[in-house]
Design a protein around this ligand. Sequence first.
Ligand SMILES: Nc1nc2c(ncn2[C@@H]2O[C@H](COP(=O)(O)OP(=O)(O)OP(=O)(O)O)[C@@H](O)[C@H]2O)c(=O)[nH]1
Ligand SMILES: [Mg+2]
Length: 223
Amino acid sequence: MAGDVKRIPDSEQEKYDSDEQVKIICLGDSAVGKSKLMERFLMDGYRPQQLSTYALTLYKYNTTINGKPVLVDFWDTAGQERFQSMHPSYYHKAHACVMVFDVQRKITYKNLSSWYKELREYRPEIPCLVVANKIDADMRVTQKSFNFAKKQGLPFYFVSAADGTNVVKVFKDAINMALSYKKNSSDFMDVVMRELENFDLEGKEDSGGDEEEEEEEEEGKAA
Ligand SMILES: Nc1nc2c(ncn2[C@@H]2O[C@H](COP(=O)(O)OP(=O)(O)OP(=O)(O)O)[C@@H](O)[C@H]2O)c(=O)[nH]1
Ligand SMILES: [Mg+2]
């Protein structure tokens, strides 16, 4: 089922074709701390732009990378995660993804595999960073193994939006990865991907995920 983010017109997203603009999306269950993480990173002078028509918030961030100005748009959702699915235009042209779970709610970790699956349907190649948030609530969680990221070969971070641990690191890494993805992926590939996206949006068949396995693994090492 698609979420209630409305289709965002291509004209809104054309800017991401230019060299100096990147789009970074954030995924994860409701209340894992996606908005708080972005706000923490952008604490000084960020300009959230509410796109209420599309049920989105864009956090705009200006930075300089290798002497060149870069404008980063962090895309944040406004609660559609409850539908467990996002509109394809949320993924469209994204250059990196920050995927968040809450260390205090195991279900949010379990759900990462569905988020990841959906992400890869639309953006098979973009860098994806996995973030375990709210470690301030119980630092002992950092001793646990959360193997989802390792299994998928993704970078993993323990963070806290509340006390700031690792927040800057995650977002700086995400920006750098987004830029290097953008540099190395040809526009041609984006066009092909777009064709594919339009071709079969309904064909989301369950290919038999390994969610159960993920849970067992996490549980097994929790003691
Ligand atoms: N202890 C603790 N609480 C946090 C942290 N980050 C977020 N929270 C709390 O978790 C709740 C949800 O945070 P949000 O940033 O609104 O979560 P979200 O993922 O944006 O949620 P939706 O917008 O509904 O998708 C809030 O009450 C936050 O104060 C953290 O690092 N530590
Ligand atoms: Mg939010």
